[in-house]
Design a protein around this ligand. Structure first.
Ligand code: SF4
Length: 216
């Protein structure tokens, strides 16, 4: 078993399945992936609820709604002006490509997403994996921190993505679950400033494991 699969098994055993992405439709997943940039998920849920109450969770409704109104609905997520503009650009792109299903089925989905101003690799990969069912490993700040601490592996977004994609079987369900589990570990144990190594399920593997946080 590779160290990454060992990590996966330990996380799954400890936290159980996370069943991501929490959304009723694929387009809601796409919207959530944009709204969650730089904010915690509770704020995203509030914004998604606002959009639902307004009947504004389709590409057409987001494209048509007045931008100032959209900004108000998603204000809880912060950076709401930029995010509203991103949602409008994404919606236009989806509409121009024949709707959600057609958009998500296109061969070069990741490239198409990256061409939308304001959508970076993490957001594009989240949409490609969770909404588009593409075998792409999502990397975020939690993932970078955990592989650095646990395995001493450091690199760019692409390096870390390759690291996982080369050592984890190409299985969409594993990719989905693995990313969610890394986020859970990052929140519950492996935080930026005060990692809780005692009781961390990765402790037996981790290069930086310590009974106290003294080395941080
Ligand atoms: S043992 Fe500590 S440093 Fe290692 S993954 Fe767990 S919380 Fe992070």
């Amino acid at each position: 078993m590779t160290p990454t699969m060992d990590l996966y098994q330990r996380l799954l055993e400890h936290f159980g399945p996370q069943k991501w992405w929490p959304a009723e439709t694929r387009f809601e997943m796409m919207v959530g992936a944009i709204l969650t940039q730089n904010v915690n998920w509770n704020n995203v849920e509030t914004a998604i609820d606002n959009l639902k109450k307004e009947g504004c969770l389709t590409p057409m409704s987001i494209w048509e709604i007045e931008k100032a109104h959209l900004e108000e609905l998603i204000r809880p997520t912060g950076f709401y002006r930029q995010k509203a503009a991103r949602l409008k650009r994404l919606s236009r792109c989806v509409l121009e490509n024949g709707g959600v299903d057609h958009f998500l089925r296109q061969e070069n989905l990741r490239d198409a997403l990256l061409e939308i101003k304001g959508i970076g690799p993490e957001t594009a990969d989240s949409i490609a994996l969770y909404a588009g069912d593409r075998p792409i490993f999502v990397v975020d700040a939690y993932t970078m921190r955990i592989v650095k601490r646990a395995f001493g592996f450091e690199g760019s977004y692409d390096d870390v993505q390759d690291y996982f994609q080369n050592t984890v079987p190409t299985d969409i369900e594993i990719y989905k679950e693995f990313h969610a589990l890394l986020v859970r570990l990052g929140k519950e144990n492996c935080s930026k400033r005060s990692p809780v190594c005692d009781g961390c399920p990765v402790n037996p593997l981790c290069l930086l494991r310590k009974p106290s946080a003294s080395i941080f």
